[in-house]
Design a protein around this ligand. Structure first.
Ligand SMILES: [Zn+2]
Length: 265
């Protein structure tokens, strides 16, 4: 028997579910929420007629609403075949780095539990990581999740199939990252900037002058924001020297604060 509950998720069963899944399931459909906040109330409301198996917040929190062997009401004719995960945010907004990691973890688990194929598909008859929109009219005729998120499936799949082991404690997600400082460039800097925007509440993609542009270039504004993080008296790390350089202790503090957001554990 394959597992019916995804262990990292908080299980909050809802009433909008019916019938068993067709086994084996074909793969994962990451949906875009077009909004924020837990969907438990909406999916437990029989008037809404919608649900998903899972929900993933921008900060990496997971809730499970429907067991994986039961149908959620997420993509109409696709419901019996695909596990659905609603992802917080909007179609014009990229996933947060934590969401990409969480989806990769989920997909890796699905490959082990359900035998999901390590593939990207744009067909309802395919396998692997699909999209809601690939189902067309019979799946409700939605554009979900939009181009930005649909195009992230390659990153999710490559992370899921990489040799990288995910931290046993999700708070240690940045363990082993290189020291980055003013003048540094690259994907680690982009991830740092995205994480700082989440921690300081500036993740909205437009209209916020305090948002760091996640461009992968560590400039004076990134230095200043790292120094703010270092000065912040967090429960676990307190204040650390505010040199504006993101080394191992600062990475660790960032991971713990980020994962502590909105979590009940
Ligand atoms: Zn959708």
């Amino acid at each position: 028997m394959a597992a019916t509950l995804y262990p990292p998720a908080r299980y909050r069963p809802v009433r909008n579910t019916s019938g068993p899944m067709v086994q084996p399931t074909r793969g994962l459909i990451p949906h875009v929420q077009v909004g924020t906040g837990s969907l438990f109330g909406w999916f437990d409301n029989s008037a809404s007629q919608v649900s998903s198996h899972l929900w993933l917040s921008r900060t990496g929190e997971l809730e499970q609403y429907v067991p994986c062997d039961q149908r959620a009401w997420a993509q109409a004719a696709g419901n019996p075949y695909w596990i659905s995960c609603e992802c917080e945010g909007y179609p014009a907004e990229d996933y947060t780095p934590i969401q990409v990691t969480r989806l990769a973890e989920l997909f890796r688990w699905g490959m082990q539990e359900f035998g999901w194929k390590a593939e990207i598909t744009d067909s309802p008859n395919g396998y692997g990581i699909g999209t809601h929109r690939m189902g067309g009219a019979s799946w409700g005729g939605h554009d979900c999740p939009g181009d930005i998120r649909a195009n992230r499936r390659g990153d999710i799949l490559s992370l899921a199939t990489s040799q990288r082991t995910f931290a046993a404690d999700p708070r240690d997600r940045y363990a082993g990252r290189p020291t980055v400082r003013e003048g540094s460039t690259g994907p680690d800097v982009t991830e740092l900037q995205n994480a700082l925007n989440i921690v300081f509440g500036h993740e909205a993609p437009t209209g916020d002058p305090n948002r760091l542009t996640p461009d992968g270039t560590y400039g004076p504004r990134t230095t200043a924001r790292v120094a703010s993080l270092q000065r912040y008296a967090s429960p676990w790390f307190g204040r650390i020297p505010d040199d504006g350089i993101c080394g191992s202790t600062t990475w660790r503090k960032l991971g713990w604060i980020l994962t502590g957001l909105n979590r009940t554990i």
